[in-house]
Design a protein around this ligand. Structure first.
Ligand SMILES: [Fe+2]
Ligand SMILES: [Fe+2]
Length: 159
């Protein structure tokens, strides 16, 4: 759940900076809307961590700053690249959440409900980004993003 919380810290940082760098007004409000939903996810995962007596990642300021810079970079490449980045990010998050649902105990209905609702929202974000004109990313870029996410989730699970 700590990894999910970090993911949501990153998601809102990404979409805030992607909203700031978006050129088209529709795209800008799309990122703003997504950022608002990621803030809900952030609150749900934070509350669940508190209920479980687990700490949040101590590196959260670092995750936020890193994701904010990456979002701004994606925005610099233009709206179709920025939306493509959003679509690919959300698809990878969906895959991560699927893995988490597989590992979560059946009895942990609170966590399962949170992860399931987030998954539904992330799927909607990916679909909206693609429908909004997001470009598909080449395989090496997608693999690079997966590797970066792997490093992030491995560190965030511990620290
Ligand atoms: Fe989210
Ligand atoms: Fe999302």
């Amino acid at each position: 759940m700590r990894v999910n919380h970090v993911g949501e810290v990153c998601a809102q940082a990404l979409y805030q900076s992607q909203a700031l760098t978006a050129r088209d007004e529709t795209v800008r409000s799309q990122f703003r809307q997504a950022a608002a939903e990621e803030r809900d996810h952030l609150a749900w995962t934070a509350r669940r961590l508190d209920e479980l007596g687990a700490h949040r990642s101590r590196l959260n300021p670092f995750w936020y700053a890193g994701a904010f810079v990456i979002g701004a970079l994606a925005g610099r490449f233009g709206d179709t690249v920025s939306l493509g980045f959003m679509a690919e990010t959300e698809r990878q998050v969906e895959a991560h959440l699927n893995g988490h649902l597989d590992r979560l105990p059946e009895g942990d209905t609170r966590s399962r409900a949170i992860v399931a609702q987030m998954k539904a929202d992330e799927i909607a974000h990916a679909e909206a980004a693609t429908a909004g004109g997001g470009l598909p990313f080449p395989t090496p870029v997608r693999q690079g993003m997966k590797l970066a996410a792997k490093v992030m989730t491995t560190i965030a699970a511990k620290i």
